[in-house]
Write a protein that binds this ligand. Sequence first.
Ligand code: MN
Length: 246
Amino acid sequence: MVTNDDGIHSYGLQALAKSLSSVGTVVVVAPDRERSAVGHSLTLHAPLRADEITSGRFAVSGTPTDCVHLGVYGLLPKKPDLVVSGINKGANLGDDLTYSGTVAAAMEATLMGVPAFAVSLDSVSFTLDDFLAGAEIAADIARLIRANGLPINTFLNVNIPAGIPKGVQLTRQGKRRYSSKVEKKQDPRGRDYYWIGGGELNFHDVAGTDFHAILNQSVSITPLHLDLTNYRSFDSLSLWDFDSVC
Ligand code: MN
């Protein structure tokens, strides 16, 4: 099953569905419009429509997470062997992962016990050819997952660099360098408005991170899990006087 957050008409999704058809039977369940940066949101207070545009291609009036939910529990005749989310128009790196609808779709599949990976492309032009090249890499990764299986509760966040990759690196999540940039402007009626995310996208360039791999023209594969517990903090937090709370 293929989904994304850029919407069913995006080049990235088309290229991905095409390349994965050499690996297995592909069903597309994707948002009917762009839903980038919706994170892991689920539609609970509105009806969802799934319009089968052509055979095996569903346009859903919801988020990427809705699509995975609906695909697995409602639209597909059986549980999919793999959910692939992407190819996103733009990399999904470091601290930005929690905003990403692309990554959240893979997360949702993992919660349902379905192997999954998210795939994003760093490019300048984002032409169909760029995505087709990236989609071949995604198909190879799908084959590797079929051959090896994923570790339990683990999904992959794959980022593909612009141009021809030099290789593949297993990476960890990098750290965002925040520029605290919020654009403040005035609308034609003289009222202030704000625009988030206008600043330059920047990360700390540290070896071993997803950002470093992409910067050095390698495909980055970060294994992720959903346990956000910070185990390393237990030692220091256990010294707090919790008896003073209750
Ligand atoms: Mn997107």
